[in-house]
Design a protein around this ligand. Structure first.
Ligand code: B12
Length: 250
């Protein structure tokens, strides 16, 4: 009996030990390729070395790096986030998952950039995560995709104040300012950036776009953003359209 009690406690208090359960529950989804499944699992397990190895394996076997992100690693971090959200995973585990995701991105990003290196310059974009917010995986992905497609990116990093956005946009004569926010508490920072751009008379010439897991079209409209997108591919289409170079702008 004591053994059973110990097992129950470890299941309850250390979700990373229930890898098997996570493995079983994370095997659903539309992408059945075992490589994508392994990528996803490496992030759920918080295993940076494994994630990096799988990213390299994907490149070596000709998998599109963006597909590897979307169907493999990002699916893993989304699953980890859901587990965290419902109390099945704790912050150290989520941190380990984020580290694994970043280890994979380190391998995949240069290849994504290389693939886009021949493109024309489409415009200058200042990017950053809103004040008080340290999430940057999604913002970095947007930066990589836009950069690979010909945009010049000025990435201010995380927890960026409205004043910093305005100063950089002015300094480089930006076409677009993009603000990422992942927390409901930092979404207000996106509004503050738009207000600061307005106050400084920089719009409508400078377009303001926003994104992040909790962002909706309703929020974008409410704060007067020029657009929002739910993922990096849509962000590219949005940015191109705002520059008059997208399919909707044609
Ligand atoms: C990874 C992660 C972390 C990592 C971040 C590592 C890093 N370097 O980024 C760590 C562990 C550090 C972390 C910390 C915290 N986190 Co966190 N985290 C996540 C998680 C699991 C995934 C985010 C992610 O990277 N997704 C993958 C990327 C590819 O997707 P994305 O970010 O959505 O980006 C895409 C789109 O949104 C869009 N996009 C993004 N930005 C932009 C910008 C523009 C301009 C455009 C056009 C598009 C765009 O394109 C991107 C690419 O496709 C989310 C859960 C989730 N499902 O989102 C929680 C989550 C965001 N975190 C959460 C919380 C609560 C926290 C903490 C407060 C926890 C704590 N108690 O300390 C801290 C935050 C501290 C702070 N001040 O910021 C909550 C937020 C709840 C809320 N509604 O406010 C979430 C939703 C988890 C949950 N379910 O509860 N977190």
């Amino acid at each position: 009996m004591p053994q059973i009690t110990f097992l129950w406690l470890s299941l309850t208090y250390n979700p990373r030990r229930i890898g098997l359960i996570l493995r079983l529950t994370s095997n659903g989804g539309s992408v059945s390729d075992p490589l994508f499944g392994a990528m996803r699992q490496s992030v759920i397990d918080g295993a940076p070395d494994k994630a990096a190895e799988l990213a390299q394996q994907a490149l070596d076997s000709g998998v599109d790096p963006l597909e590897a992100v979307n169907h493999g690693f990002a699916a893993g971090i989304t699953f980890a986030g859901d587990q965290f959200g419902c109390g099945q995973m704790f912050l150290p585990d989520l941190l380990a998952s984020a580290e694994a995701m970043q280890a994979a991105m380190k391998i995949l990003e240069p290849e994504m950039l290389k693939r886009g290196s021949e493109r024309e310059t489409l415009g200058k974009v200042v990017l950053g995560t809103a004040r008080g917010d340290i999430h940057d995986i999604g913002k970095n992905l947007v930066a990589t995709i836009l950069s690979a497609s010909g945009f010049q990116i000025f990435d201010l990093g995380t927890s960026v104040t409205p004043e910093q956005f305005v100063a950089k946009a002015r300094e480089i004569d930006a076409d677009i300012v993009g603000v990422s926010a992942l927390l409901t508490t930092t979404m207000a920072g996106q509004k503050a950036v738009i207000e600061a751009l307005d106050r400084n008379g920089m719009r409508p010439r400078v377009k303001a776009i926003i994104g992040g897991a909790a962002i909706t079209q309703k929020w974008a409209a409410e704060i007067g953003a020029d657009g929002y997108s739910r993922n990096a591919i849509d962000a590219l289409e949005l940015a191109k359209n705002l520059m008059g170079k997208g399919t909707a702008a044609a």
